[in-house]
Design a protein around this ligand. Sequence first.
Ligand code: GLU
Length: 491
Amino acid sequence: MATPDTIRVRFAPSPTGYLHTGGARTALFNWLWAKQSGGQFILRIEDTDELRSTEESTRKILDGLRWLGLDWDEGPDADPARFGESIGDCGPYFQSKRAERHLELVKQLLAEGQAFYCPATAEEMTDADGKKKNLSPYRDLSPEEQQARLAAAGGQLPIRFKCPLGKEVAWDDVVRGRVSFKSDEIGDFIFVKSNGLPLYNFAVTCDDADMRITHVLRGEDHISNTPKQIMLYRALGLTPPLFGHAPLIVGMDGARLSKRHGATQVGAYREMGILPEAMVNFLLLIGWAPKDNKELFTRQEMLDYFNPADINKAAGAFNPEKLHHFNGLYIRSLAPAELLARLKPFMPAEWLEFRGEEYAGRVVALYQEKLTFLNEIEGNAWYFFRDPQETDYNEATVAKFLTSNDEAGPILGDLFAEFSALSEDEWDEQHLAPPVDALCERLGLGKGKVMQPWRVALTGDKISPGFFDLLVVLGRETVLGRVKPWINRLN
Ligand code: GLU
């Protein structure tokens, strides 16, 4: 089949939960494919399962895609304030709103004898040794007999597709190469439920065709649906799109990704402070790898490199450690203003008001090399925004470095005298370091031994950013103010 000029791909989530990592990866692959070829990425919400589909879930999916930067050319309006409206000329993009069109095509297949009302019971569809039959014993009922049966069933009968027999149903899968099924094995499948609602395989075929989708790239779990859809395309007199099936995502133990491997929802990663660019980079490499094994990609590089033909057939592993590693790297690469902007949602509002944004920016800069997740900032940097209280101090740490440390008194007292002699303008490493060196020499102690009592007194913790960074950013008044009570306590 020739490749159409304009690529139109789609992501078609069912809004019955969150945006999952598998869905997000499918969306990303499709997005890249569209954008790198000047094509269109279409978003369609498959909300025909009335019981399980919710507006909340739809909003979460739209929000997750926006967060990942996977903007769509056509689909539900991306502005949450205009929820339910459409952008694009193939709408509506909510499948439930396309029912009229689905019914029109159902009627077409019934009228042409390519589908039939089927009164077969479960027993009638099961053979003597308990196996499900592929073909319905009613596949050749005349239209009149079907109507009579339908009336007898109170107007409630499922509609089956009348499967053409002895045919090969095959496609050249973008990922897997030639895939082939025998039509008889697929059989007369139900595509409209007895309540008149079309099922997934039919609705998706109608909508993909009406939305002029040229390439369907989705998860491998849909492979068994594809021959049904191809048969429906043919029956409807339509040309099927090209199909590709991306491999499953598995955990590091090789089992299908599930909650016991950690969060499977994209939103959970956002909440723990994964950057969207790290998430996207990570998703890109699940089941796809460039030939040169490059790992870190800007968005432009993804567009340059990604080739759907390079998607692996074998399952892709979800390695959380890799995601965390990527996140650290992406945090390190943020420009200072951007670092603060990304951290803001994870910082208490009063932090920004405490000494203004410039101060908050200086504080977070001290953590840029250390953070793995953005949400670690609050537990780490709090002592830059309030004085530690009694309850913040760890008893064992205080004993070890202060109250049971014979040298703590002179270490705090002597340096306090030296530091107090410095003016605000002199409060920098250049002036703070020499007294520390001198004291080390005088007491015959390493720097750590001298710095730790100060660090614990100032922060309640034995770990903090570099000693002089801590002193300088906290500022003269705060440093002296926090240490003074400890000197009194130790003497
Ligand atoms: N609504 C289907 C799903 O979420 C779409 C499958 C497809 O891409 O055709 O699995």
